[in-house]
Design a protein around this ligand. Structure first.
Ligand SMILES: *Cc1c(COP(=O)(O)O)cnc(C)c1O
Length: 461
């Protein structure tokens, strides 16, 4: 008789994976190298170490080591909130009347409320080991700033967070939470950096932007002794740290011999999705599985589905190294959207390569459909999802309903990246029916593409 599958597929503390999985090691076709924006040659470790911590830089450039040990001093911190639950969505299956089996990996059980703590803790751990005193970063929606503040409090590092000014005003509780954990929060643009002062001179009433906050954080890191900058997504080492999500999910599913047919995740910069799918993609690359992988992005910021595969800067101020990725152009300004964590112009290079090679699919969802799915999920499964995560919920529901239509009994796994407690303004707008959907026109996109660097590497393709 088939084994009864519990609602929560538990792993014990001892079963937390001891290794991150580096998907690039198993890709025969590797992503293109990161380029130094001045020389247009592959960036060296020394180039990157001017801004980032040493060990993450080594991980960024490592495309051959399959398994990378999670340091013991970091595993101890992970044990405070991991393993993250893997949940069988029995209630949702029943409500939809689908023959599909639905599972979700819940990364929102820690106080920061999202998966971002997995990489924040790793980056703070390495900074401390390296003998640094402080870190800088930026935050838009606030989840990354919160995660870094928690991690720096734990490892005893000072942290300065440049928070996009409009968000610091619209999300006072996020700001308060970051400050409660002891970080120095500066609304950006500010007069603490040259980059900030320049922008304020031009436009004293600006709302700020992620690109500007990145420039300020990088400038402060470079100019401060024993200080580096940390980034919460997009880069390959962040995706590596997030592979703990997939490693745990796979360990729990393997106990019950469950093989997902479809794995779905929302995609902002791509780290959570990349981390969730990594060990499953390994089997697909080896030819031992036929799992489908689906990235879900907001229709308002469609990097995969309408972007270009090109070398681009990670920030609007054009200061970072160049990454070859699906991008809308560093100058693309997404319309206001409540899924702040998904409003990024580019996509991680590993995922971009997999998408290019047909191993990863991508879909878009409009905001009101996403919130329909979010509220449905909250009422049925009990958890209030983050707007970002709800993109994955929307497509998981669509796939489950497709199974109902065809009678197929597929197994669906999706990533629930976080909870939505700090997103009540968004839920209020949905409840009041004032929420809109904006889909950029081709002209809007053309303006973004015009900001792509004019370099030979972007012409020959
Ligand atoms: C930041 C964030 C995302 C986007 O994650 P990426 O790894 O950048 O794709 C998704 N969900 C939540 C809750 C987030 O905070």
């Amino acid at each position: 008789m088939a084994q009864k599958i519990p609602t929560r597929l538990y792993l014990s503390e001892d079963e937390i994976p001891k290794y991150w999985y580096n998907l690039r090691a198993d890709m025969k076709e590797k992503p293109d190298p990161i380029l130094h924006p001045g020389t247009l040659r592959p960036a060296s470790a020394a180039d990157l170490e001017a801004v980032f911590c040493k060990e993450p830089v080594a991980q960024e450039l490592d495309e051959t080591t399959r398994l990378i040990k999670i340091p013991d001093g970091l595993l101890d911190f992970y044990k405070a909130y991991r393993p993250a639950p893997l949940i069988r969505a029995y209630f949702l299956e029943k409500a939809l009347g689908t023959p599909a089996e639905i599972y979700y990996k819940h990364e929102g059980t820690n106080t920061s409320g999202s998966h971002k703590l997995n990489s924040a803790a790793a980056q703070a751990y390495y900074a401390k080991e390296e003998g640094l005193d402080s870190l800088t970063t930026e935050t838009g929606a606030g989840q990354w700033g919160t995660a870094m503040a928690m991690a720096c409090a734990f490892y005893g590092l000072d942290l300065t967070v440049y928070m996009v000014k409009i968000s610091s005003e619209q999300k006072p509780y996020r700001k308060a939470l970051i400050e409660t954990y002891g970080a120095n929060l500066i609304p950006s643009p500010s007069n603490t950096t040259e980059a900030g002062r320049k922008i304020l001179e031009r436009d004293p009433n600006t709302n700020g932007s992620l690109g500007c906050a990145i420039s300020e954080a990088v400038e402060r890191a470079v100019k401060t002794d024993k200080c580096r900058y940390v980034l919460g997504s997009v880069l390959n080492h962040v995706l590596l740290h997030q592979s703990i999500i997939g490693q745990e999910a796979k360990a729990a599913l393997d106990k019950y011999n469950i093989k997902p047919d479809i794995i779905i995740g929302c995609a902002g910069g791509g780290s959570n999705l990349g981390g969730l799918i990594a060990p499953f993609m390994a089997e697909k690359l080896a030819g031992t599985s036929h799992t489908r992988f689906i990235a879900v992005e907001p229709a308002s910021c469609p990097s995969f589905t309408r972007g270009r595969y090109a070398y681009d800067f990670g920030d609007t101020a054009k200061t970072t190294p160049l990454l070859r990725m699906y991008t809308l152009g560093n100058g693309f300004i997404p319309s206001a959207n409540h899924a702040g964590g998904l409003r990024y112009h580019g996509m991680n290079p590993i995922l971009s390569k997999l998408y290019r090679d047909g191993l990863l699919e991508a879909r878009t969802a409009v905001q009101t459909d996403v919130f329909d799915a979010a509220v449905r999920f909250a009422k049925i499964e009990g958890i209030l999802p983050a707007p970002e995560s709800s993109h994955a919920i929307k497509i998981a529901i669509d796939e489950a309903l497709e199974c109902k239509r065809t009678g197929e009994k597929k197994t669906i796994l999706f990533g629930l990246t976080g909870t939505g407690y700090f997103d009540m303004t968004a839920y209020m707008s949905y409840n009041a029916k004032t929420m809109g959907d904006y889909i950029p026109t081709d002209e809007d996109l053309a303006r973004g593409f015009a900001s792509l660097p004019d370099i030979p590497q972007n012409k020959s393709r």
